[in-house]
Design a protein around this ligand. Sequence first.
Ligand code: SF4
Length: 449
Amino acid sequence: MPSRTEPGSTDTSRTRLIERLMEQFPHVPREAVIKEDLLRGGLAFDESALSDNEDGDVKPKSYFIFSFDHGTLPELGAAALRRPPEEIVLTGGPYELRRTVVSVRVNPSSPYRVAADADGVLGLYLDGRRISDVGLPPMPDYYRHTLDNGKSVMEVAPTIQWGYLVYLTVFRVCQYFGAKEECQYCDINHNWRQHKAAGRPYTGVKPVEEVLEALAIIDRYDTAKTSTAYTLTGGAITSHIGGRDEADFYGQYAKAIEERFPGRWIGKVVAQALPKADVQRFHDYGVQIYHPNYEVWDRRLFELYCPGKERYVGRDEWHRRILDSADVFGARNVIPNFVAGVEMAEPFGFTTVKEAIDSTTEGLRFFMSHGITPRFTTWCPEPTTPLGRTNPDGAPLEYHIRLLDAYRSTMEEYGLSSPPGYGPPGPGRAVFSVSSFMDSLPAREEDPA
Ligand code: SF4
C-alpha cells in the first residue's frame, strides 16, 4: 500500500507503521490496527473536543477503575478540568473505517489528535493528516439525574462500551498494596489518590443502596435498553470489608441487584481466582459470568509482575481454580482476562514479538483446550506504575496486531466463538472499547449491521 500521507507533513513514521501493518496483516481489520495504536499510546485532544463535564451534551470520561491515561491529572492540562469523552467512534476517512468504538486514553504528546476543522466538524488526525471522522458519545439521559444524596450516576454506576456495560467498581482500591504486592502495571490505588487530591467525588466503597438507586435511574431512563450487562469489580480483597470476604462482598451487590431487577442485566464479576466453594457463592448470588483474571501467562513474568497474586494464591493454583470454576459457571461463562503487552515490558519481559506471542498463545491454548475463552485488554502504560515508568511507549504495535491474529486462529482451532457478555463481534459492530478483540472476530448473522 503506498503511503497516503500528504506532502508537507514532517514526521510520518507512525502513518508508515500502521500502513505497513495493514498491508502485512490484511486479514486483521484495519480498524483494529488504528484502535490498538490508540489504546496502547493514547491520543491528544484539542480543547474543542473536550466535554463540559456533567453539564454538557457529551458523555465525559468517568475514570471507571484505572486512570487509563498517559499522564497524571495535573499533567493533562485542559483535559483535567474539562474531561475528555468516555469513548470516541471512528468512521470513514482514507482507510474507509467502519464504525469503531475506542476507549479514551489521554496522551498530550500522541501523534493522534482529535480536533475540529474550520466548520467545527471533529476528525482524528495522525501525523497532522485527517484519517477519520470522530463521533462523540451523547450524554445519556440517566447521567442528567442524581441520587438523593447528590452523587452522580456517572460516579456510582458509569456506563462504557457505548452504553452496553454498567461498570460497578464498588471497591476503588486494592488490598494488594505497595510495590511488593500491586500488579506492576496497575494504577488503581494511585488513581484513587489522585481523584481524591483533585477534590473529585470518588467513593472508596460504594454502598449497596447507592448502587441500586443509580441502577434504578439507568433502568428508568435507558428506555432503549442499551445497557445490557453490569460488571462488579474493584481491588482484590485479601481480608475482609465490613466483615465480608471477597465472595460475600462482591456477591452482596449481585444478590441485591438480582432481587431488585431480576434478569434486567447480565451480571459479571471480576475477582481473584477463588476456591470452588467461594465461586459457587458468586453463582448462587446471581452472577452469570466470572472473570478470574490471570493477567500474564508466562510463569516468571507472573511472579515478577503480579507479586500479590503470586503471594496470596500462586500461579498454578490460580490456573487450577480457573479450570475448577468452569464446573460452577460452565466453561463459556468463565472469561479470564490478560493484559496484552505487559509480557513485553522491561526489565523482565520478552524482547521479541515472536517470543511474546508464542508464550501468550501457549496460555490461550491451555484455557481454550478446556473450552474457556480468555479475553484481553490492551495495556496502557500509566506513568505512575513501575512498568509504565520504564515502558512509556508500551508494547510494539506489531505485537498487538499479531496477538489479534493468534487469538482468532486459536479460537478457530478449538471451535470457539466470541465470549458472551461483550455485545456483537465483528468490524463495524463491536462495542468493546478497551481492546480490538471483538472487532477482529467474525460478525454474526443475527446481529444488525
Ligand atoms: S489485583 Fe492487580 S490489577 Fe487488580 S486491582 Fe489489584 S493490583 Fe490492580
